[in-house]
Design a protein around this ligand. Structure first.
Ligand code: BEZ
Length: 213
């Protein structure tokens, strides 16, 4: 059975470019983004890893650690890191897992045999501080991901964990949000005493409550 939202994210030990880690210890109480890429020394992956390095401080601000994975060996990861720096201008500033025996890839269902037998697809797992899977995305090898979108989703996940709200289509941090339908008007008044715009009884719009980051 593959992983589903709300499941406990499997813990593991792994060799990485930052040394051997136990995943839960490495998270150290923060959130995590665990993402796989198909292969080292490939162009799309090179651009993706540089982009994650560029955005690293924005993940940090949200208390989110990032970690990449492919089934290539550690020495390949290390050699490829110089190419990433030389061609994209960003040094790897987060660990890359060398999952040569496919253990982590298999635990997280990152190998999709009908897409590629021995390479990971472009999977993304956002894992909360409670070690639960909050979001999963899967892209094929030929489509690079948009990591700004992953930051946007993390903003929504963290906000909706703190308040009884949901974020509408194309929402980004600071935009209006919606009180979740499960909250009665009486409960909503307690949580949001300033009131809301009652577009419909099921669509109660408020300014975004603040988390700050
Ligand atoms: C790439 O990262 O460029 C790539 C990797 C595997 C297949 C196709 C493209």
């Amino acid at each position: 059975m593959s992983l589903q939202l709300g499941d406990s994210a499997p813990d593991f030990h792994a060799e990485t470019t930052a040394g051997r880690i136990r995943f839960y210890d490495w998270m150290n109480g923060d959130w995590a983004v665990l993402f796989s890429h198909p292969k080292d020394f490939t162009p799309v992956c090179t651009t993706e890893l540089a982009e994650v390095a560029r955005l690293k401080s924005r993940f940090d601000r949200r208390n989110v650690k990032v970690i990449g994975l492919s089934v290539d060996p550690l020495d390949a990861h290390k050699r490829w890191a110089s190419d990433i720096k030389e061609t994209q201008g960003y040094s790897l500033n987060f660990p890359l897992i060398a999952d040569e025996d496919l253990r982590v890839a298999t635990l997280y269902g990152m190998i999709h045999p009908n897409a590629a037998a021995a390479e990971t697809v472009r999977a993304v797992f956002v894992i909360g501080a409670d070690k639960r899977v909050k979001l999963m995305m899967t892209y094929p090898a030929t489509t690079g991901r948009n990591f700004e979108e992953i930051l946007r989703v993390i903003d929504s996940l963290q906000l909706t964990e703190d308040f009884d709200v949901a974020t509408p289509v194309n929402w980004s941090y600071g935009d209006d949000v919606i009180i979740i339908p499960a909250l009665t008007d009486k409960q909503a008044r307690e949580q949001f005493p300033a009131g809301w715009d009652n577009v419909r009884p099921y669509m109660r719009v408020i300014h975004q409550p603040s988390r700050g980051h």
